[in-house]
Design a protein around this ligand. Structure first.
Ligand SMILES: *[C@@H]1O[C@H](CO)[C@@H](O)[C@H](O)[C@H]1NC(C)=O
Ligand SMILES: *[C@@H]1O[C@H](CO)[C@@H](O)[C@H](O)[C@H]1NC(C)=O
Ligand SMILES: *[C@@H]1O[C@H](CO)[C@@H](O)[C@H](O)[C@H]1NC(C)=O
Ligand SMILES: *[C@@H]1O[C@H](CO)[C@@H](O)[C@H](O)[C@H]1NC(C)=O
Ligand SMILES: *[C@@H]1O[C@H](CO)[C@@H](O)[C@H](O)[C@H]1NC(C)=O
Ligand SMILES: *[C@@H]1O[C@H](CO)[C@@H](O)[C@H](O)[C@H]1NC(C)=O
Ligand SMILES: *[C@@H]1O[C@H](CO)[C@@H](O)[C@H](O)[C@H]1NC(C)=O
Length: 276
């Protein structure tokens, strides 16, 4: 994994359970609290998911349709056809994520795109023309939201209005920096709500020892409380539900469950988030 990379997604890759939160003072708004399962060792399993009581939804880097999963559209024609079948089928999902970091082929240096804006526009058009009447689509999420990938894509497909929310990935070191980053993103795209589909406090170096759990806990509590207050942030996916390689500085201090499925010091505070 490339350590300087701002994203960890690329790893190869509801209901606010009021009834399931025993006695917790759950005040975060419905749907706000969610998690990311990275793929590979320790990825999503039903048993792991069931330990994360506070989360409404989860995502990982594929087009799965498991309970509470929000599917992510793949980057090829076959994936688009599959998505068309699903949104027009008997059980269309409520939401579908579209392209994940199409502006950055993970590990490329100099940066290469996964899809050029025009390619992405051509690829997604058939889906947007045959979108069913239930599923809401979330805009592609660039790795580098200051680049022009997204405006070019919207220009090339004339499809900005086809999406219900924008999407951003956030790996700043402090919660203050994260808020500035998120504010800037919303300022650029302010006509719709925002989903944060990856967020964690980035670490200075690889494999922090000891892991600064207190810092991560505070970051988590503050970003959810702030996110709720904005009202334009609708969903925040904490990355990560599961431990991955500690060399990934984005998520080396944010996992809720470790390699052995044991909870880390973050799981309990995550399950008790009150957004206050
Ligand atoms: C999708 O299929 C079209 C032709 O049907 C082709 O031109 C295009 O390159 C394909 N896109 C991808 C990303 O494979
Ligand atoms: C869309 O909704 C209409 C009625 O509201 C229904 O008859 C039709 O089958 C729906 N189409 C799809 C693709 O779900
Ligand atoms: C659309 O795609 C073309 C390349 O096919 C590109 O030159 C252009 O800048 C793109 N952007 C917009 C907004 O049309
Ligand atoms: C937050 O992180 C992004 C991506 O690494 C970076 O471009 C941006 O400058 C950071 N923002 C702040 C306020 O530090
Ligand atoms: C984010 O923007 C809002 C105004 O939209 C402002 O009140 C707030 O102070 C900003 N937060 C940060 C951390 O910049
Ligand atoms: C993490 O990744 C590095 C480099 O890819 C590898 O050498 C190391 O064995 C991995 N560690 C674990 C715990 O998977
Ligand atoms: C962790 O849980 C999964 C099922 O969710 C199981 O397959 C795996 O063996 C468990 N790992 C350990 C180390 O107990």
């Amino acid at each position: 994994m490339r350590l300087t990379s701002p994203m960890s997604l690329v790893m190869s890759m509801s209901i606010l359970g009021i009834s399931t939160i025993q006695g917790a003072a759950a005040k975060c708004s419905d749907g706000l609290v969610n998690v990311v399962f990275n793929t590979g060792h320790g990825g999503y399993t039903k048993q792991r998911w069931e330990k994360i009581h506070s989360a409404s939804n989860w995502l990982t880097f594929n087009f799965g349709l498991e309970d509470k999963q929000i599917p992510m559209l793949g980057n090829d024609n076959k994936s688009v056809q599959q998505a068309i079948d699903v949104v027009n089928g008997p059980n269309p999902p409520d939401f579908m994520l579209t392209f994940n970091e199409p502006d950055n082929l993970y590990g490329s240096n100099p940066r290469k795109v996964v899809l050029h804006p025009q390619e992405a526009a051509d690829l997604i058009k058939p889906l947007l023309h045959k979108r069913g009447n239930h599923t809401k689509f979330i805009a592609p999420v660039p790795a580098f939201d200051k680049l022009n990938w997204l405006p070019e894509f919207f220009g090339n497909c004339s499809c900005q209005d086809s999406f219900s929310a924008y999407n951003v990935h956030v790996y700043n070191k402090t919660v203050e920096e994260a808020k500035i980053h998120i504010n800037a993103s919303h300022k650029r795209w302010n006509d719709k709500p925002l989903w944060i589909t990856e967020i964690a406090p980035r670490q200075d170096g690889v494999c922090p020892n000891p892991i600064p759990w207190d810092h991560s806990t505070k970051f988590m509590q503050e970003i959810y409380a702030w996110g709720q207050k904005t009202e334009w942030i609708h969903k925040i996916f904490w990355n990560s539900a599961n431990e991955i390689n500690c060399t990934d500085t984005n998520v080396a201090a944010s996992f809720l469950l470790d390699f052995k499925n044991n909870s880390t010091p973050l799981l309990d505070p995550f399950n008790k988030l009150t957004c206050s």
